[in-house]
Design a protein around this ligand. Structure first.
Ligand code: DX5
Ligand code: ZN
Length: 214
């Protein structure tokens, strides 16, 4: 699966920018609060509007403090997947249950410095594991291959039936890096700048899909 990140899109033309990647599996929406990460992006009103403007399932990545309070609103707004950060969640098990009860998939994300071990016990409550391959906060950063060890471990836990998760990766995914992430066992690839900075985003998306499947 490929999930273009609208962080690299033109925020004044979000409906058109979503339409430009109509072949996407998920549309990745980066919510940043200028506290959990240094950057500030968009919030619930934009997600609600986007939900009406596109049929692509929305994948909301909440880089915010206190997701226990705010995440549920994104599920209620019709997001297909809502991912919270393990470093910010106070009660990740309750949060996952609440997200599912509100009709969304539940996702848990870990920053590059956060171990898989520290979250493995709660992952059975989740549908998606989002492994960050850059420090969250900005698009266009370089891929950190060292996080692939966590992907390999998670892949093994899924393949042996210990967990049931979509393994997603986010940060620095482009034509040069996607194959190694695929090889490590990623199911869903977030890509911002490599899709939206391309002259033809739809073509860039399909080219990434081809490289991931090769
Ligand atoms: C970064 C965001 C990413 C970002 C990825 O904190 O979570 O989703 O859009 O951008 P690229 O693909 O340019 O690294
Ligand atoms: Zn993201």
């Amino acid at each position: 699966m490929i999930a273009p990140s609208i962080l690299s899109a033109d925020f004044a033309r979000l409906a058109d920018e979503a339409a430009a990647v109509s072949g996407a599996d998920w549309l990745h929406v980066d919510v940043m609060d200028a506290h959990f990460v240094p950057n500030l992006t968009l919030g619930l009103p934009v997600v609600k509007s986007l939900r009406k403007a596109t049929d692509i399932p929305l994948d909301c990545h909440l880089m915010i403090e206190d997701p226990d309070r705010w995440a549920i609103g994104y599920a209620e707004a019709g997001a297909h997947n809502v991912t919270v950060h393990a470093e910010a969640a106070a009660d990740p098990v309750k949060l996952a249950k609440d997200l599912r009860a509100a009709g969304s998939r539940a996702g848990l994300s870990i920053k590059p410095g956060t171990s898989l071990d520290s979250v493995v016990d709660v992952l059975k409550h989740y549908d998606t594991l989002l492994v960050m391959s850059v420090e969250p906060g900005f698009g266009g950063q370089s891929f950190m291959p060292e996080v692939l060890d966590k992907v390999r471990t998670a892949r093994n836990l899924v393949d042996t039936g210990h967990l049931k998760l979509v393994i997603e990766i986010d940060g620095g995914i482009n034509a040069d890096t996607i194959a190694q992430a695929a090889e490590a066992g990623v199911d869903c690839f977030v890509s911002g700048s490599a899709v939206y900075d391309a002259a033809d985003p739809a073509k860039a998306l399909e080219s990434l899909r081809g490289l991931a499947a090769a």
